[in-house]
Design a protein around this ligand. Structure first.
Ligand code: RUB
Length: 308
């Protein structure tokens, strides 16, 4: 599939979720360079960089996409011919995809320790990392139930409810505004992340920060499940995370309200670190305040350059 096709599918939400968009972008870059039959390095480089720009523009908030793309281009500046460049992109993309899959398995194992028999867990939106944790705990024989928010306007909660029901995990769906009402009866909140800033703030599906606020009030641990490639090196440079706004028609159909009604549809929000109990990553369960160290130590030098 061309990068243009993949970017279109990311924009239309056919491909969604922070880790998945990063993996599919890496795959698309690999396919772009493989489809190039010539042997002109400059030409190939231009083709790959154009593909990169199209992919990066497809969804602005998730740093996973940017980190994944950076990973694919690692070392390619030193390629001396088209074949070497092609091989580097292919190897990097393969490595990124397999590392991201293995990170998900590790997060599942580490996060499962946080779930106890009889727990009532709440999750918001549809995060493969949060689901990996619940799937692993269930596979270990723990018995618990999960409250799933609807996650308006795209209703990713329906996907999550289906994912969990397939594993036989008992699920109760609620509307987003019922979160505070049920929170007093819950034991744990598990969510994913699109981006984690250097100060430990977590950017995830709109409404996540309200869930965190309700959890904080009710003293329910609020746990984020996220691979290290969700941490943002760009925030170390003081850059603010850009929150994507989508089409108002996702919230209300055009004929439902008169044209003078403005509809605001932000897709993500930021949960401050003080409401976050822990972040489950593939390198361990860490406090949100360790985000800076993760960025510097784990993402390493290769991510520490920055150019727009
Ligand atoms: C998805 C969302 C998910 C994160 C993490 O939003 O907010 O919680 O992307 O997902 P959208 P994962 O549906 O708008 O992409 O753990 O699968 O990477």
């Amino acid at each position: 599939m061309s990068a243009e096709d993949v970017a279109g599918r990311i924009r239309s939400m056919e491909i969604r979720g922070a880790a998945e968009i990063a993996r599919r972008a890496a795959q698309a870059l690999m396919e772009e360079v493989e489809a190039y039959e010539g042997d002109d390095l400059q030409d190939l480089r231009q083709r790959a960089e154009d593909a990169r720009d199209v992919l990066l523009a497809s969804r602005p908030t998730a740093i996973s996409l940017w980190n994944g793309v950076q990973y694919v281009f690692k070392g390619t500046a030193g390629a001396s011919n088209a074949e070497e460049y092609r091989r580097m992109v292919r190897d990097n993309a393969d490595r990124f995809i397999s590392r991201s899959r293995s990170a998900l398995r590790t997060i599942g194992r580490l996060g499962a320790n946080r779930i106890r028999d009889g727990d009532k867990v709440l999750t918001h939106c549809n995060s493969k990392a949060a689901i990996a944790v619940m799937a692993e705990a269930w596979a270990q024989g723990k018995r618990f139930e999960v409250f799933v928010t609807e996650s308006r306007p795209w209703r990713q909660g329906v996907l999550t409810a289906n994912d969990l029901a397939k594993l036989d995990i008992p699920v109760t769906m609620i509307v987003d505004s019922a979160v505070r009402y049920v929170m007093k009866d819950l034991d744990l909140v598990l969510v994913g992340a699109d981006t984690i800033a250097s100060n430990g703030a977590v950017i995830n599906k709109i409404g996540t920060s309200q869930v965190a606020l309700a959890a904080h009030e009710a003293r329910v641990p609020f746990t984020v499940c996220a691979e290290t490639f969700k941490f943002s090196p760009r925030t170390i440079y003081g850059e603010l995370v850009r929150i994507e706004e989508r089409d108002p028609a996702e919230v209300v159909k055009e004929d439902e309200v008169p044209p003078q009604v403005r509809v605001f549809n932000p897709v993500f929000d930021a949960t401050p670190p003080e409401y976050i109990d822990s972040i489950v990553t593939e390198i361990g369960v860490i406090p949100p305040y360790a985000a800076y160290q993760v960025i510097v130590k784990e993402l390493g030098q290769e991510f520490m350059f920055y150019e727009e």
